[in-house]
Design a protein. Structure first.
Lengths: 245, 255
């Protein structure tokens, strides 16, 4: 059974549909890159899954549980937001303790090497208010991976990270994927998409334009590089390409 | 909920503003008691200051704190936690920090210089007003996306209750002084939590002149004791209604 199922999900803000009639299934052990122009609904899609935003129409299931008032399904989820801010006066160690406290028995499942690799274990006594944007991203990454999620959602995870840390993070994604975790990543970096994605979901104006593997996209456009294939696919009629497959 | 409460309280304990508020209260309280020969007079001045300042600080600080904590609240909201428990923990922590600030900053000087039922009632009124305006602050913070708008609205609400509503009430009493409007004053005064706090304190002070018209009406209708409890009950409702509304707004909020 699919890990995450969107059924005709829509989200309306006032008159604007940020997400419309989106149906998709994400399988265990696959990495899906969610791409699209600014304001195309990527973050809204993620936030609906996490229960941060209430979908106007349709339903979302994570591990078979309907996303709604019962927060239990989130035991299975890890999330790294675009921008992280934490209480200034807490120390990193205290924040991690708080999260461990909240997650309760999830803790027994795993503690990856990420905290060491990103150097967060050496900063436990630092106050969160004194951290730079990149350091906050690292803390956020540690928290996202910490509780052995089966669904991991990363919203532009490498934006603001130095190249070395980005690489560490991406290899952690590959690692956790092997355990059967479904990973959703939004990104604007085509190299990253090319390197990571099993499938690519393209959003525009809140609608899912296509959800295809990189090979399928290359084949449909006759290009050799994704960074060219995707614009080509959009410039031509997307539907025609999809139908031709 | 207690985990959120505990860590929010740790964050608040280190917050410079809470410490500053406590010191300001201490300075005002001790200052007034030192300057005034008669402790009772000093307490009355302190009452005026506290009844205006406590609601202002409680609502503006709650609003600013909740806006600044919004990303962290978002982090909590993606954990396997009910939203009601997140907000419950945060509001209780805010209430605890601000109430403790009032107890230490104003309560201790009051107990030193003017211990008695009036001083105790003043502390109780300040406690209730802190909770009322913390709840209203939370409601404002979760109903408005923008911080500047939220703070502005907080100021407007405070101004309304501390000054405008009183003026309207006075005008009504003046305009209808030929009619038996006294029974109407009881519910009308209850619509302003700051007025209720003032009534509670003045019912305990044996100075009819200080009581004001609304206070006099409360005493006339209910006597000192029952009047106090009625005002206290109305204040409890003033905590409950905005809190319930804030919880509803938070449940529906899209981050």
């Amino acid at each position: 059974m699919a890990r995450v199922i969107f059924e005709k999900t829509g989200k309306r803000y006032g008159k604007l549909w940020a997400l419309r009639d989106l149906s998709a299934r994400f399988e265990p052990g696959e990495t899906v890159s969610v791409i699209g122009p600014n304001g195309s609904g990527k973050t809204t899609l993620i936030k609906c899954m996490l229960g941060l935003v209430h979908a106007t129409t349709g339903t979302i299931r994570v591990n078979g549980q309907v996303v709604g008032n019962d927060p239990a399904y989130r035991h299975q989820m890890g999330h790294m937001p675009q921008i992280s801010r934490f209480p200034n006066e807490l120390k990193i160690g205290q924040l991690i303790d708080l999260m461990d406290d909240i997650r309760g028995n999830d803790m027994q499942r795993s503690e990856g090497p990420l905290i060491r690799e990103l150097g967060v274990d050496r900063m436990l006594d630092k106050r969160l208010g004194t951290l730079s944007g990149g350091q906050r991203q690292k803390v956020s990454a540690v928290l996202a991976f910490r509780y052995a999620p089966t669904v991991l959602v990363l919203d532009e995870p490498t934006a603001g990270l130095d190249p070395l840390s980005s690489e560490i993070l991406l290899s952690a994604v590959r690692e956790i994927k092997r355990t059967g975790c479904t990973v959703l990543i939004t990104s604007h970096l085509m190299e990253e998409v090319e390197a990571m994605a099993d499938r690519i979901a393209y959003l525009q104006d809140g609608g899912l334009q296509f959800l295809l593997s990189p090979e399928e996209i290359l084949e449909a456009t006759g290009q050799t590089r994704l960074s060219r294939a995707i614009p080509a696919m959009l410039a031509n009629n997307v539907k025609r390409h999809v139908e031709s497959l | 909920m207690w985990k959120v409460y505990k860590y929010t309280l740790i964050d608040l304990a280190r917050n410079k503003f809470v410490g500053g508020w406590l010191l300001l209260l201490l300075a005002i309280s001790f200052g007034l008691f030192q300057l005034e020969d008669q402790p009772l007079k000093a307490m009355l001045s302190l009452t005026q200051v506290l009844l205006a300042l406590v609601p202002l600080v409680a609502s503006i600080f709650s609003i600013v704190y909740l806006y600044d904590a919004m990303e962290f609240t978002e982090l909590l909201a993606v954990q396997p936690l009910h939203r009601s428990k997140i907000l419950g923990g945060q509001m209780l922590a805010l209430g605890t920090a601000l109430v403790l600030g009032t107890w230490i900053g104003a309560g201790i000087p009051l107990m030193i210089f003017q211990a008695g039922s009036a001083a105790f009632t003043l502390v109780l009124a300040c406690t209730m007003l802190t909770l009322v305006f913390t709840a209203m602050g939370a409601l404002i913070a979760f109903k408005n996306r923008e911080k500047a708008r939220g703070v502005g609205l907080g100021l407007v609400v405070w101004f309304l209750f501390v000054l405008v509503y009183d003026a309207i009430l006075l005008w009504i009493m003046y305009a209808f002084s030929d009619y038996p409007i006294e029974p109407w004053i009881v519910p009308l005064a209850a619509l302003d939590p700051i007025d209720l706090g003032r009534i509670m304190v003045m019912l305990k002070v044996d100075l009819a002149a200080m009581m004001g018209y609304t206070g006099a009406v409360y005493e006339k209708f209910f006597g000192s004791m029952a009047g106090t409890f009625l005002a206290l009950g109305a204040l409890v409702a003033w905590v409950a209604v905005p809190s319930a509304w804030a919880f509803k707004a938070f449940q529906r909020k899209d981050f």
